[in-house]
Design a protein around this ligand. Sequence first.
Ligand code: SF4
Length: 282
Amino acid sequence: MEIILAKQAGFCFGVKRATQMAFEAAEKGDRTYTLGPIIHSPQVVQKLEEMGVGVINNLDEQETGTIIIRSHGVAAEEVDEAVRKALDIVDATCPFVKKAQEHVQSLSHAGYDVVVVGDADHPEVQGIVSYATGRVFVVGSGEEAARLPRMAKIGVVAQTTQSFENLKNVVIECLVKGGEIRVFHTICDATAVRQEEAKLLAQQVDCMIVIGGYNSANTKRLAEVCAELLPRTHHIETAQQLVPAWFDKVEKVGVTAGASTPKWLIDEVMERIEDINRDKKH
Ligand code: SF4
């Protein structure tokens, strides 16, 4: 059985950077916490917990110590509160997310109503929205944008994981709604690149393994796009979940992983598949 690992499997730039910063902070000292899970990988969160880094959901009880801000950012008020309480801050917000936050802030200051293209329930979007000081709307699609009121000046930014197509559809509607439009292309292509590569791989193999947190939206999407092309697709979090029967009569297996899946989990899965392959030969 041939085992093919996608070139773009696993950590994107922003998640890798945030995880490194969190492990460095963990090594430095005690009373270190992440504000929300640092990334959507239960195994990474658990590893950090074993090193003494806890997860807290707000700063209410927090008077001392170090706070690590996750890769997809937090609300502006939470950063302000951490500064007010004189907590040590390790800001691991991905620079691409930070850019979107900064654009919203400067658009608001310049008198634009802001339209954020994204999922209103996602913490990244809630963080981005919090930087607006004037009117701000979150829209998930062109159809939703069509229901926006008329505005004199509209500034548009997107959640980093949105598709270019969706941003384009919203911008077209905004052109109808506003007299002046400023658009910032804040989409990061890490997710799209992983999906495109996974689609190509799924068409060349008999079975696909997708590794990543069940709470990771980008991993779930990766598994969905593979399953649409290849029903023998399995989404797992760890190597222990691999079932030898999945590889019956399989000549080629493809492996990919979401942007928040660490290399060590991918390595463990690759080793386990190789073991299963060896066992089948004997
Ligand atoms: S997907 Fe892109 S924006 Fe999000 S953390 Fe990774 S690099 Fe940053």
